[in-house]
Design a protein. Structure first.
Lengths: 354, 275
């Protein structure tokens, strides 16, 4: 089976015999670092090590993709934020932003040469060269709203949503510009999938109506700029924003275990909501062609703490529920055992009798 | 008969266009018209306008109400308990129902805390505290919105809530427990990568022979099963549950085991995680 073709077929809406098992979110684990000798924090900056760790779960466990980078701070760092790269078990964190308000935000003209952006671009090239046409290469980028949170501070951003909505619009537009520029640069080196992760726009943080009016339009603009296949990842209880996520133009949606895949499928495949207006019915838009659902094996519970047998059980029920692509629900915890990643693939194989 | 009523009877309702968002969201209901909120909000002034100010997250209105009350020589404690807190209770109610979201919670919290400060100015000292609690964000985790809410709710409910900040090394937590002897410790984490700190904290506490009635753990990726896999802990679902848990420890001498068992009763609402 050609892993890349298989995955891209699913995302294009074609039928495949076997559901792919990938991860669109962070995949660096301590066990893999030890086995491949590509450790954090060096793997965040060194393209060779980034590529090695990014493909480690394919080499060691049979996961059907390579995925880089391992954090959501690349763009923020290139924008001038101070980032602590962390340790072997600690993901990089934004410590400080140079920007006080939306008006201060300026995109450096040589933004694409700053921070770790060149390293990510280089790592994509290395992976493409090494795995060529067989293994899909996935690159994660920060969604515009999450990047705004990095630039202004999440707490400030959430308060400004009600106090100074105009400022938020301005800041999110700047962040969108950054995301688009970065996505374009990535498209040139040609990963197979770009995954936009926008966890700050989860319903746990903002109102679904704010998502619809403020975040979604930017996500739509961004998806229009992505030439490769695209995936949108938003954490948490995405139920109330599912339809808006689905109609933002992405080929796949990556969802957490808080979302019931079966219900989500039913909701999306039913197409847009029909409304009665003036005695006539009209479609309220929503998902025309429903994006593929990716997920949602709990990374904090199942993959991190459960036994391989429990992982297989969860894989089985996710496949039963009709998930299109199997994946961890969110970034892997660095201490997740390799056994459990293997169990994901084994579980899938057993389901299909391979 | 009013003009509208007269007209309505003549119209074929099938041919009336309802703007799509109105149809989707239903008629706009003001927060204060919600039946639960009406039960919570005080009826008499100036408590009513103070509580309503908090409900709307309107700092100016809240402060005006508080100042008015203080000028009328109302007791600052009464203003806190019957005005500010009632407003916040109403906010929690709307949050539980899914009408309010985090931004609303934060702005209402800001307004309430400013009101409390104003009252404390008149008191001349901090209002008397029930007991000490300690709150921290797990080491390696910079996400402190949840912790800030927990601290805000604890302080608003009369606890001396020690705020250790974010990305707090385990050692610092242990030292704080030793120093302050809190009745309740809360730890929060957003990331899967950082929640592993909680069992370590418990382990270190046990090593040193220190005991707290309960360590409340919560936050983004934290799950109940995980929290209940080690002793001394209780999984906290919502930030506003914290003072209720603390109250039950203080008044009813509840242990972490009992908190786990009686969570829904203690916080006084249906909690799906504990069903």
């Amino acid at each position: 089976m050609n892993l890349k073709e298989n995955l891209l077929k699913v995302l294009s809406g074609e039928n495949v015999d076997v559901t792919p098992v990938i991860s669109v979110t962070q995949i660096g684990t301590v066990e893999a670092m030890e086995k491949t000798n590509a450790y954090w924090p060096e793997a965040h900056t060194d393209p060779e090590k980034m590529a090695t760790l990014g493909s480690s779960l394919y080499e060691l466990a049979g996961l059907e993709c390579a995925r880089i980078p391992f954090c959501l701070t690349v763009e923020a760092e290139a924008m001038g934020c101070k980032v602590d790269l962390g340790t072997q078990e600690k993901t990089p964190l934004v410590m400080e932003s140079p920007f006080e308000s939306a008006g201060d935000i300026e995109i450096p003209s040589d933004f694409l040469e700053k921070g770790r952006i060149p390293a990510v671009l280089e790592a994509v090239k290395i992976l493409k060269e090494k795995y060529g046409d067989n293994l899909p290469v996935i690159v994660g980028i920060t969604g515009p709203f999450t990047l705004t949170g990095h630039l202004l501070g999440v707490e400030k951003l959430v308060r400004y949503m009600r106090l100074r909505p105009g400022d938020v619009e301005l800041a999110v537009d700047k962040a969108l510009e950054v995301s688009i520029e970065y996505a374009n640069a990535l498209s040139e080196v040609g990963p197979d999938i770009i995954c936009v992760a926008d966890p700050t726009s989860a319903t746990e943080l903002i109102n679904p109506l704010q998502f619809k009016t403020l975040v979604k339009p930017r996500l739509e603009d961004l998806s229009a700029e992505i030439d490769t296949k695209s995936v949108l990842h938003i954490c948490g209880s995405a139920g109330p924003i599912l339809k808006d996520m689905a109609s933002a133009g992405y080929d796949g949606l990556s969802l957490e275990e808080k979302v019931d895949i079966k219900m989500a499928k039913e909701e999306l495949n039913g197409g847009g909501k029909i409304m009665r207006v003036g005695g006539r019915t009209m479609s309220m838009g929503g998902a025309g062609k429903a994006p593929k659902l990716i997920g949602n094996i709990s990374s904090s519970q199942t993959l991190f703490r459960s036994s391989p047998d429990e992982v297989k059980e969860k894989v089985n029920s996710a496949l039963e529920a009709g998930v299109d692509i199997l994946a961890p629900s969110c970034g892997l915890a660095p201490r997740s055992p390799l056994e459990n990643i293997k169990a994901m693939i084994q579980g899938r194989n057993e389901y299909y009798g391979i | 008969m009013s003009y509208v009523e007269e007209l309505e009877s003549q119209l074929d309702q099938n041919f009336i266009a309802i703007r799509y968002n109105v149809e989707m969201e239903g008629p706009a209901i003001k927060p204060e018209s919600d039946p639960d909120v009406q039960n919570i909000l005080p009826k008499e002034e100036p408590y009513k306008s103070i509580a309503t100010g908090v409900l709307y997250g309107d700092m100016e209105a809240t402060l005006n109400g508080v100042k008015e009350g203080l000028e009328e020589d109302l007791s600052p404690i009464d203003i806190i308990n019957n005005g500010l807190m009632k407003g916040m209770d109403a906010v929690s109610a709307l949050y539980t129902k899914g009408f309010y979201f985090l931004p609303d919670l934060m702005l209402s919290g800001d307004s309430m805390m400013e009101g409390v400060k104003e009252c404390e100015k008149v008191l001349g000292h901090k209002s008397e505290t029930k007991a000490t609690t300690v709150s921290f964000v797990a080491e390696g985790d910079p996400h402190d919105i949840g912790k800030n809410l927990v601290v805000m709710f604890l302080r608003a409910n009369g606890y001396d809530a020690i705020d250790l900040g974010r990305d707090v090394p385990t050692e610092e937590v242990i030292n704080a427990v030793e120093e302050y002897k809190p009745i309740f410790v809360t730890g929060t984490a957003l990331m899967t990568t950082t929640m592993t700190v909680f069992p370590k904290v418990v382990e270190e506490l046990e090593k040193k022979g220190l005991k707290v009635p309960a360590l409340g753990c919560g936050g983004g990726s934290v799950r109940k099963d995980f929290v209940e896999s080690f002793p001394m802990s209780v999984y906290g679902v919502e930030a506003y549950h914290t003072p209720k848990l603390a109250d039950s420890i203080l008044k009813d001498k509840k242990t972490w085991k009992e908190l786990r068992k009686e969570y829904s009763e203690i916080v006084g609402e249906f909690v799906p995680e504990y069903a």
